[in-house]
Design a protein around this ligand. Structure first.
Ligand code: DGL
Length: 281
């Protein structure tokens, strides 16, 4: 691992694509003075249908890229990559500060009144050993029933920028309806892409649920955890000057720039991740 980073070094944030922007917005709000590097592996997205081995390889490649740019900490802003690769990443870089994202089963268990929670996530996340352990532990400790719903194709729709299309709305309804039908009063957004279709999820819920339904997103908790970790290690950037934001992608730079502008109203410089062919979409 390249060494020599300091408190003024950047924080690397990574996702299979644009989903991590739902975490990045909380990191910027909580840590406005930090320099941030965002890497979207859009040339290889979505991860949800890929093998664990393929996701590990992509995660290590992107981590190396961010570490070469001096990252002092790495946020794996992707439930799927966290499930498949966080363990390997921590083994490879034992001294690196890493924060992963997991479906918010614990906060959901604290919220539900019907003791039934729906978990929306990618097929890979729900099939992984890391999630199985979390599921087992939280279910045993709380007695809550978790209904697991793989949302095949949903991250892809979001990646394409289809946040309000009829096709995306139909997909959302197809995944949400059975959960509400089985008594879920709380839904976990177990993929960082899904907060960007929260209005569609709320709309689907309104059509079928008799009672209000809580929605759990862990973006804010991740930002808090990152802030705590940096403070513990004396690695918070000490300045009153706002930090910079630079983005990189293995996919289309134009698509990533558009996503930043549409989703976060930001216009960072967008670079290409070297050694990968640019994929124009
Ligand atoms: N954003 C990702 C997650 O949190 C994965 C979406 C995908 O690439 O399938 O799981």
């Amino acid at each position: 691992m390249p060494s020599g980073f300091s408190a003024s070094s950047p924080i690397g944030v990574f996702d299979s694509g644009i989903g991590g922007l739902s975490v990045l917005r909380h990191i910027r709000a909580r840590l406005p003075h930090e320099h941030l590097l965002y890497a979207a592996d859009s040339g290889f997205a979505p991860y949800g249908g890929k093998t664990e081995q393929a996701i590990v390889a992509r995660t290590l490649a992107i981590a190396e890229f961010l570490l070469e740019r001096g990252a002092k900490a790495l946020v794996v802003a992707c439930n799927t990559a966290t499930g498949a690769a966080l363990g390997v990443l921590r083994e490879r870089y034992p001294a690196l500060l890493t924060v992963g994202v997991e479906p918010g089963l614990k906060p959901a268990a604290a919220l539900t009144k019907t003791h039934t929670v729906g978990v929306l996530a990618t097929e890979r996340t729900l099939a992984g050993a890391r999630f199985a352990l979390l599921h087992q532990q939280v279910a045993a400790a709380t007695g809550v029933r978790f209904l697991l719903q793989p949302c095949i194709g949903l991250a892809d729709q979001i990646e394409k920028g289809e946040l309000r299309s009829a096709a995306t709305a139909a997909l959302v309804r197809r995944y949400v309806a059975p959960l509400i039908g089985q008594g879920a009063d709380t839904l976990v957004l177990g993929c960082t892409h899904y907060p960007f279709v929260q209005p569609l999820i709320e709309d689907a819920v309104r059509r079928i649920a008799a009672q209000p339904v809580g929605i759990v997103d862990t973006g804010e908790a991740i930002a808090r955890q990152l802030a705590r970790l940096l403070a513990q290690h004396g690695l918070q950037r000490q300045t009153a000057v706002e930090g910079t934001l630079t983005a990189f992608t293995t996919g289309s730079r134009t698509s990533l720039a558009t996503a930043f502008s549409n989703l976060l109203k930001l216009r960072p410089e967008v670079g290409r991740i070297a050694a990968e062919p640019e994929v124009e979409q």
